[in-house]
Design a binder for this molecule. Structure first.
Ligand SMILES: O=C(O)CCC(=O)C(=O)O
Ligand SMILES: [Fe+2]
Length: 450
């Protein structure tokens, strides 16, 4: 018999199934009834290139959706459907490996150790069990791997690939060649820095993009059987450009034109998470992914047509209608803190599907660990913290309590409120209301800024 690629959820979490199956209590997670399907605001990013009123209106809509929804969709984002399809194809191939190959990080998979995750090790009841598997990949490792491979092959060349409409380099492509324009390549703070030969015209935009060059110079023929790093890196690099642009727009709409994101969020400080939600025979009892907020500045999600993503809007769960052309953007905790609660990091979850598997890819736009997060306004709601501290706190809370607390731990305005939220957060749904109450005080404030 062929070995299955699905994780052994029922066998491994047998205790949870036995206990709840035997008890009489109503264990339905209620993720299907009364959840209406909505279209999340859809924004056409090609309007940004038009400048003038159209461009300004587009930016305003991005900020408005981030404030009112914490979620929006974008079309004409600059990532070709070809890349998106290739990425999905490679992702499906990887998940088709047997469960043991994935869990043992089979050498052909070529992912950093610990990237593969499935289920919820800390679950104490079925509603805490995620019926999904994922490769959660820090992009540092991937780019460095790529760079090393290419470097060891000798000569390489970087070519700027121009964006047809702006005539600026949209990205660099690396190839191995005898003719190289690179003088030397050094490593600094986990990044590969390119020094160009004299005569190569290096402009500002080259310098900014060349920081991520390692992401392009991959193409590792040794690992032909793996998720091709070229596809993944091409995807990650393009998505990172969209993420940086959106972050800058969001900052600008708060009246903060700054290089904060360019300086602190590099492609190599970000994460790519490939999710697979296998068909689930007990879809009324478990989630595909439990309610959570993302711990980053913003997330860019590419999902297939199956659907299952839900989010909290005005205190109610709603289902997101899939749109083939669109990428979904959601604000993460760091942007909520940075914007002093103007932009909302909204709870979302994925419901499991009885018959059909579902795929999604999330790009988490994160700063380096030492980056300090602090409100860009005076009278900040949250105390200053480093991204390292925040991540550590999230991990500790999950270990200790079985769930993340996140931003409420950093709220300075009201000590006892933090305690309330720690308590409420256990109960799905209540956190949405609590957050709404908090953010209310900032609404007038925002209106003045946008
Ligand atoms: O798969 C999805 O639709 C959502 C994934 C997600 O929220 C995450 O990976 O953080
Ligand atoms: Fe998420």
């Amino acid at each position: 018999m062929e070995e299955s690629s699905d994780p052994p959820f029922v066998e491994f979490y047998k205790n949870l199934f036995d206990t709840e199956g035997a008890s009489n209590k109503n264990d339905d997670i209620g993720a299907f009834e009364d959840v209406e399907e909505w279209e999340v605001p859809l924004i056409d990013l090609s309007r940004l290139h038009q400048g003038g009123w159209e461009g300004a209106e587009c930016k305003r809509e991005i900020a408005e959706a981030s404030q009112k929804w914490g979620f929006f969709q974008v079309i004409n984002h600059g990532i070709s459907s070809d890349i998106l399809e290739k990425m999905r194809c490679e992702q499906m191939k990887v998940f088709k490996k047997t469960f043991h190959e994935k869990a043992d990080n089979h050498r052909n998979l070529n992912f950093p150790a610990g990237s593969y995750r499935w289920g919820t090790p800390s679950a104490t009841c079925l509603r805490q069990l995620a019926w999904s598997e994922a490769f959660h990949v820090p992009l540092t490792d991937i780019s460095n791997m790529g760079a090393l491979t290419s470097l060891s092959s000798g000569n390489l060349d970087l070519r700027p690939v121009l964006d047809i409409s702006t005539r600026k380099p949209a990205r660099f492509e690396g190839i191995c060649t005898k003719q190289t324009q690179i003088d030397k390549v050094t490593s600094w703070k986990g990044q590969w820095i390119v020094s160009w030969l004299p005569g190569f015209e290096l402009r500002d935009e080259h310098a900014a993009i060349s920081r991520s060059w390692a992401c392009h110079i991959v193409g590792c023929p040794l690992f032909a059987d793996t998720l091709r790093t070229t596809t993944m890196d091409q995807f990650a690099t393009m998505v990172s450009e969209v993420a940086e642009n959106l972050a800058e727009i969001l900052a600008e709409q708060l009246g903060h034109k700054s290089d904060f994101f360019k300086e602190n969020c590099w492609p190599s400080t970000c994460y790519l998470r490939m999710n697979r939600y296998p068909p689930c025979p007990v879809s009324s009892q478990v989630f595909g992914l439990m309610p959570h907020t993302d711990s980053d500045f913003l997330t860019i999600l590419h999902q297939d047509q199956i659907g299952g993503l839900q989010l909290v809007k005005d205190g109610k769960w709603i289902a997101v209608k899939p749109n083939k052309e669109a990428l979904i953007i959601n604000i993460g905790d760091l942007f909520q803190a940075w914007s002093n609660d103007v932009y909302k990091s909204v709870e979302h979850r994925v419901v499991a599907n009885k018959q059909t598997e579902r795929f999604s890819t999330a790009y988490f736009f994160c700063p380096s660990y030492d980056t300090m997060i602090q409100s860009c306004f005076e009278n900040s709601i949250y105390r200053r913290f480093s991204f390292r501290e925040f991540r550590q706190q999230v991990q500790d809370d999950v270990k200790r309590l079985g769930h993340k607390i996140g931003l409420p731990s950093y709220n300075m305005s009201n000590g006892h409120k933090c305690f309330d939220v720690k308590f409420h957060v256990k109960y799905v749904g209540l956190i949405g209301l609590t957050k709404k109450a908090w953010s209310h005080q900032n609404l007038t404030f925002l209106e003045n800024h946008i």
